[in-house]
Write a protein that binds this ligand. Structure first.
Ligand SMILES: Cc1cc2nc3c(=O)[nH]c(=O)nc-3n(C[C@H](O)[C@H](O)[C@H](O)COP(=O)(O)O)c2cc1C
Length: 380
């Protein structure tokens, strides 16, 4: 694959569609139900317009900022995405290396093929550990949190919107079941994607975050952790996690402001306004529409992030103008990983950073704090 020809995130999506077996591409690209929320994430961004300010010397532009006190080269992070081994054999290791090489933050999912310690060891940028709570008694949660702390993660990110299995109809049609299994349907569709199949078969995988099975089988094993870890997060869980984790705590999957103040009082330091990329409950609002309510409720006492549908540098500046500290991207870097491994992820990151810098300059902003509310017009 000639990566030079892929100039934006949509190009990477199209290339990933051609590279991956259909069930795997659909598993990444798809959403829940009618995929209304997934589309809304995009259309709401499109409806917001930018208001450039002339007569500003934008010869130099600085995209650097801090996220929860940690310096980063850009107000963009990589979202936690499970199942990366299905896109490329180097999975989370490639993603962590690519993010680090650009000084960008990466949130590692609980559902991985490589152990969090191995990923942390190659992460040179800011790193979060995303927590799904293991079932059973709290000792498993304690172990995961202790490991994340010992491995040096900067923040813990508790995902709260996966209270139940989502209804993703592409997966039903493709007979994809989570945990992912290499059944006959998957093998057949893999056969017509030889580039992917060779990569997949050559790859070994590590132990995963909970010390699971060796080599190929750990695809299934790593996946089985997801289904077994999906359980509703209760208020008691939040209190437990807050007690166990000494660093900044982020809650991911918030779409309303009314509980934000109370959560801050209970020790939450950051929120990701997210509908899981439209992959959980369909008919939830576009995240960019929900952002202002959460920012207002946080009232400067917690950092607010946004994900869902960020595909352009112009989306990044729109979210920042509406109060986000930074944005996170999910599918775009998984497409980069599928198409070009570590180098593919690096290129997707560079595209987003370059587009952000370009949008800042044309908008008349030279630093991140200059991206203020007056730079956007939001339709009533
Ligand atoms: C393939 C895939 C796997 C995901 N796995 C996780 C996960 O393990 N934990 C989590 O909190 N979110 C997970 N998400 C959701 C993302 O973190 C993020 O909320 C979403 O992808 C953002 O939307 P975007 O893809 O439009 O950028 C996953 C998303 C995708 C596409």
């Amino acid at each position: 694959m000639k990566l030079d020809r892929l100039v934006n995130v949509s190009d990477y999506e199209e290339a990933a569609r051609r590279r991956l077996p259909k069930p795997i591409f659909d598993m990444v690209a798809g959403g829940a139900g009618d995929e209304t929320s997934m589309r809304a994430n995009r259309s709401a961004f499109d409806a917001i317009t930018l208001r450039p300010k002339p007569f500003v010397d934008v010869t130099t532009r600085d995209t650097s900022t801090t996220i929860l006190g940690v310096p980063t080269t850009m107000p963009i992070m990589l979202d936690p995405c499970g199942y990366q081994r299905m896109a490329h054999r180097d999975a989370e290791l490639a993603v962590a290396r690519a993010a680090g090489s650009q000084g960008m933050g990466y949130a590692l999912s609980t559902v991985t093929s490589y152990a969090m310690e191995d990923v942390a060891a190659v992460s040179t940028g800011p790193k979060w550990f995303q927590l799904y709570l293991p079932p059973g008694d709290v000792s498993e949660t304690e172990k995961l949190v202790e490991r994340a702390s010992a491995a040096g993660f900067d923040a813990l990110c508790l995902t709260v919107d996966t209270t139940m299995r989502a209804l993703r109809e592409r997966d039903v049609r493709n007979k994809v079941k989570l945990p992912l299994r290499m059944g006959p349907a998957m093998l057949m569709s893999g056969a017509v994607r030889p580039g992917w199949a060779v990569d997949f078969l050559r790859g070994g995988v590590g132990r995963g975050n909970q010390g699971f099975a060796p080599k190929m089988l750990s695809i299934k094993a790593a996946g089985s952790k997801l289904s077994s870890t999906m359980r509703p997060v209760t208020e008691a869980d939040l209190a437990l996690v807050r007690k166990l984790w000494k660093g900044p705590l982020v809650v991911k999957g918030i779409l309303r402001g009314d509980e934000v103040e109370q959560l801050i009082d209970r020790g939450v330091d950051g929120f990701v306004v997210s509908n899981h990329g439209g992959r959980q409950l369909d008919a939830t609002p576009a995240t960019i529409s929900a952002l202002p309510e959460v920012v207002e409720a946080a009232n400067g006492r917690a950092e607010v992030f946004l994900d869902g549908g960020v595909r352009r540098g112009t989306d990044v500046v729109k979210a920042l103008a509406l109060g986000a500290r930074a944005v996170l991207v999910g599918r775009p870097y998984v497409y980069g990983l599928a198409v070009g491994g570590e180098e593919g992820v690096r290129r997707v990151i560079r595209i987003l950073r370059d587009e952000t810098e370009n949008a800042m300059g044309l908008l008349g902003c030279t630093t991140i704090p200059e991206i203020t509310r007056d730079r956007v017009r939001v339709p009533a």
